[in-house]
Ligand binder design. Structure first.
Ligand SMILES: *[C@@H]1O[C@H](CO)[C@@H](O)[C@H](O)[C@H]1NC(C)=O
Ligand SMILES: *[C@@H]1O[C@H](CO)[C@@H](O)[C@H](O)[C@H]1NC(C)=O
Ligand SMILES: *[C@@H]1O[C@H](CO)[C@@H](O)[C@H](O)[C@H]1NC(C)=O
Ligand SMILES: *[C@@H]1O[C@H](CO)[C@@H](O)[C@H](O)[C@H]1NC(C)=O
Length: 285
């Protein structure tokens, strides 16, 4: 291969890699692992009102699904479901590693809170309030360094409040009220921390003062998830825009290189041989 061709070929590869950014979530076998995880969540929920109707295993792009928001680079970043769902929360949620926000409040979801939620490093908002979750609060939630809002109130959670929660520094709101939690209360550094309504913590003989609520709750949920499908679309436009910007930038570089090459080699017939640049690029793409 001629040197110039080789260079173009390499540039073409970079170009392809940029254009193909959306395949980043594909496993080697071509399966989108986010689609697999979301389908497992759908499977474990009961959805009598068909709000998850367009969650389709054959769809390559979960960003267009209802209630899903994607980040600019095309990963699922928020999951917010409307009310009316029951069933369980699948541990498959742990495979949505780019989740920042999970809003499942005011449903009838039962079963345990999957401990794998504690592996979602980017999670800053977790609202499972007003459901029927049972079992303990996973101590893995203390691994969520970016956790900001944690609402587990109005469930049937039991057992102790994990000490690990005192490791999370940036907490704004922790609401564990109206459960059946017990044991000693760890020192949780949240601006607002509510535990009222847990009989064995706040009972008459308890020395805890459950009615203390530091500054009034801030507006919640934060406006991370407004209209899911719409913002999903927007972020896709943003990806497309970013991609075409990247492509345009590459084309400029390629043209610059070719002009430089022509100048250096002083090849007068260069353009005639190659036709025009866009065709050359297209072929090598
Ligand atoms: C989660 O990912 C693991 C490993 O990649 C895989 O074995 C498992 O089937 C996935 N589970 C779901 C529900 O997506
Ligand atoms: C939680 O439960 C308490 C007591 O049953 C109730 O007063 C409160 O309105 C509930 N909160 C929500 C958000 O449903
Ligand atoms: C709350 O937990 C205690 C044990 O800690 C148990 O005896 C009681 O039945 C539970 N209450 C509810 C409403 O689940
Ligand atoms: C609990 O806190 C409230 C509000 O700060 C206060 O009015 C009340 O006296 C306290 N009760 C106990 C038992 O400390």
């Amino acid at each position: 291969m001629e040197k110039r061709e080789f260079l173009l070929w390499k540039v073409g590869l970079v170009f392809l890699a940029l254009i193909d950014g959306s395949s980043a979530t594909l496993s080697p076998s071509g399966v989108n692992y986010e689609v697999v995880a979301l389908m497992s969540i759908k499977t474990d929920l009961n959805d009598p009102y068909n709000v998850l109707e367009n969650w389709d295993a054959n769809s390559v792009d979960p960003c267009s699904w209802r209630m899903i928001t994607c980040s600019q680079d095309g990963y699922v970043s928020a999951l917010g479901l409307p009310s009316g769902l029951s069933g369980r929360l699948s541990p498959g949620i742990g495979n949505l590693t780019n989740l920042q926000s999970v809003l499942l409040q005011n449903n009838d979801i039962s079963g345990p809170i999957p401990a794998v939620i504690g592996t979602l490093e980017k999670l800053h908002t977790l609202d499972l309030s007003n459901n029927k979750f049972i079992g303990g609060i996973p101590s893995s939630l203390g691994d969520l360094k970016n956790l900001n809002y944690l609402r587990l109130n109005n469930n049937s959670l039991s057992g102790p409040i994990p000490d690990s929660l005192s490791n999370v520094k940036g907490l704004t709101l922790v609401d564990l009220s109206f459960n059946n939690l017990s044991g000693s209360v760890p020192k949780i550094s949240a601006r607002t921390f509510k535990i009222v309504g847990n009989p064995s913590i706040c009972g008459q003989s308890s020395k805890n003062n459950c009615s203390v609520v530091y500054p009034e709750p801030l507006s919640f949920p934060p406006d991370t998830v407004k209209d899911h499908s719409e913002s999903g679309g927007k972020s896709h436009i943003a990806v497309a825009f970013g991609t075409s910007f990247g492509a345009a930038f590459l084309i400029v570089i390629v043209i610059g290189l070719l002009v430089w090459w022509r100048y250096r080699r002083n090849q007068q017939i260069f353009f005639d041989v190659n036709g025009n640049f866009s065709i050359t690029l297209f072929v090598y793409r």
